[in-house]
Design a protein around this ligand. Structure first.
Ligand SMILES: Nc1ncnc2c1ncn2[C@@H]1O[C@H](COP(=O)(O)OP(=O)(O)O)[C@@H](O)[C@H]1O
Ligand SMILES: [Mg+2]
Length: 432
C-alpha cells in the first residue's frame, strides 16, 4: 500500500536527481537570447516604410543607431533596443513611429483563454506579445498556467512557486484578511464580528514582505516582462479552495486584478494573460482582471464543442460571482457583474485548403458573427518545427528556413496581430 508519505519519499528522490537530469538535457548556451533584426525587417516589416527611405535616413543622420554589419553580409542588423531608439528619434513624413497609446490610461489587459489544451492559447499569447513588442509596446505577460509553456518559451526556468500568480493570490488573501479585520466593524449595531484567522503556514511564507514588482521578471526581450509560472503552482487550485474556506469573504477572483491595479499606470502598455485549460481559481483571476477576452480554438468539431462548453461554464461561474459577491463587495477597481470590453474568437491551426476547416470557420461565423476574427491563424511548419523552446516566428531568423515558409508564417501572425491591436485599441479607449 502506498500513502502520501510514500509519494513524498518518491518526490524527494526525484528532486535529488532533478539537478543532474536538468544538466543532462539543458546547457547554459541554450539560454534564450533575442536576435537582431535586419534593415529589411526593420523598415518594411516593423516600421512599414520603404527600405531606401530608411537607409537614406540613417545615412543622413549619423548619430542614429546604425546597427551592426555581419562579417560576410551587407545588411545592417538592429537590436530591439536600437529599434526602439529609432522609433523615438525618427519621424517619417512628420509622423511619429511611436505606437498609439491613449494618454494617461493604465495598460490594456487581454486574457487568452479556452478550455482545451492544445487550442493554441500559449502560441497566440507568445506571438501577440512578440508582435506587440516589435510594434513598440511595452508588454507584461502573466502565465496563469502551471504547465508554464509561456514561461519556458520566454526562456524562464528557475521559478519559485511563491513568485507566481499563486504568490500574488496568497499575499492578497493575507492583505484582504488583515484589511477586513481592521475595518470598523458593525460598531454601531453593537454586534461583534469574529476576527478571521489565517494559519501560520500562510503567514510564514514571507509573502507579506514582498513588493509588487517582486513578481515580475525580465525576459530576453528588453520590452517584455513576465510573471512566470511553474509546475509547483498547480496546487494553487487545491490550496485556494482551502484558503477560501478560511476567509469566505475573500474575493479570491480579484487578487490579480488588485495586484495589477497597484502597478503604476504607465509601467506597461499591453498585458497578456496565458490561461490554463480549465475554469478554476487561476483562470477566474485572469478572466476577472481582463478587459478583453480572446478565445482561440482549433478548427475541428470537438474544438467547437469544447469552446461552446467553455463559454457556458464561464457564464455560469461569472454569474455565481455576481450573485455571491454582489452588493458592492470591494473587489478592487473592477465591478461585478464582470463586463468585458470585447470578446473575440480566433481560429488557430487553420488550413485554408481543408474542407472541414472552412466549414468550421463558417459555422463559427454563423454562430458568433462579428465576434469571430476575420483572419484565422494558419497552420504553419515554422511554429511546429521550432526546437527546444517554443519560439515565435518573430524570433526565428528567416535565414534558417526557406524565406517563403517564414514569410507565410509571419504574415498569418501579422494579420492576427493587426486585428488584435485594432481590438485592444478600441477597448483601451473605453477603459476608465
Ligand atoms: N498555427 C500553428 N501552426 C502549427 N502548430 C501550431 C500552431 N498553433 C499551435 N501549434 C502547436 O500546437 C501545440 C499546442 O499549442 P499551444 O499554444 O501550446 O496550445 P495551448 O496553450 O492551448 O495548450 C503546440 O505544439 C504548438 O506548437
Ligand atoms: Mg498553453
Amino acid at each position: 500500500m502506498f500513502t502520501h508519505e510514500d509519494l513524498a519519499t518518491m518526490q524527494a528522490q526525484s528532486l535529488k536527481m532533478q539537478g543532474w537530469i536538468r544538466r543532462q538535457t539543458f546547457s547554459p548556451e541554450h539560454e534564450k537570447s533575442l536576435r537582431r533584426f535586419s534593415s529589411w525587417e526593420v523598415s518594411e516589416l516593423i516600421f512599414k516604410i520603404n527600405q531606401s527611405t530608411f537607409r537614406g535616413r540613417l545615412a543622413a543622420e549619423p548619430d542614429l543607431p546604425s546597427g551592426e554589419v555581419e562579417e560576410d553580409g551587407r545588411q545592417r542588423w538592429f537590436s530591439l533596443t536600437e529599434i526602439n531608439e529609432l522609433r523615438r528619434r525618427m519621424k517619417i513624413n512628420r509622423s511619429s513611429l511611436l505606437p498609439q497609446r491613449p494618454a494617461g490610461k493604465r495598460a490594456i489587459r487581454v486574457a487568452i483563454s479556452n478550455f482545451k489544451g492544445g487550442a493554441g492559447k500559449s502560441t497566440v499569447a507568445l506571438h501577440m506579445a512578440h508582435a506587440a513588442a516589435l510594434d513598440g509596446y511595452r508588454v507584461l505577460c502573466v502565465d496563469f498556467d502551471p504547465q508554464a509553456t509561456l514561461t519556458h518559451s520566454m526562456g524562464l526556468f528557475q521559478v519559485s512557486e511563491d513568485l507566481t500568480v499563486w504568490g500574488i493570490m496568497a499575499r492578497d488573501l493575507i492583505h484582504e484578511t488583515d484589511r477586513m479585520n481592521a475595518a470598523p466593524r458593525a460598531a454601531a449595531s453593537g454586534t461583534s464580528v469574529p476576527q478571521r484567522r489565517l494559519p501560520s503556514g500562510v503567514r510564514d511564507l514571507g509573502l507579506e514582505a514582498l513588493r509588487n514588482t517582486d513578481f515580475i521578471r525580465p525576459t530576453a526581450w528588453p520590452t517584455i516582462d513576465m510573471v512566470p509560472s511553474c509546475a509547483n503552482a498547480a496546487f494553487v487550485e487545491f490550496a485556494s479552495a482551502q484558503y477560501r474556506h478560511l476567509n469566505p469573504d475573500w474575493s479570491f477572483f480579484a487578487a490579480v486584478s488588485r495586484w495589477l491595479d497597484a502597478l503604476p499606470d504607465d509601467a506597461y502598455d499591453v498585458i497578456i494573460f496565458d490561461c490554463p485549460p480549465a475554469i478554476g481559481y487561476q483562470s477566474m483571476n485572469a478572466v476577472f482582471a481582463a478587459d478583453v477576452l480572446y478565445i482561440p480554438s482549433g478548427p475541428g468539431y470537438w474544438e467547437y464543442d469544447s469552446t461552446t462548453s467553455f463559454i457556458g461554464q464561464l457564464a455560469e461561474a461569472l454569474g455565481d460571482l455576481a450573485g455571491g459577491f454582489g452588493g458592492g463587495f470591494p473587489a478592487g477597481k473592477m465591478r461585478l457583474p464582470k463586463a468585458f470590453l470585447d470578446i473575440r474568437f480566433l481560429l488557430t491551426r487553420y488550413e485554408p485548403g481543408n474542407d472541414l476547416h472552412r466549414a468550421m470557420l463558417e459555422a463559427f461565423r454563423k454562430v458568433f458573427g462579428e465576434r469571430v476574427t476575420e483572419h484565422p491563424i494558419e497552420m504553419t511548419r515554422a511554429v511546429e518545427q521550432s526546437g527546444r523552446f517554443l519560439s515565435s516566428v518573430y524570433e526565428i531568423d528567416y535565414r534558417n528556413m526557406t524565406r517563403e515558409t517564414w514569410r507565410r508564417a509571419r504574415s498569418t501572425f501579422d494579420r492576427a496581430y493587426d486585428e488584435f491591436k485594432d481590438c485592444f485599441l478600441r477597448a483601451w479607449d473605453q477603459v476608465e
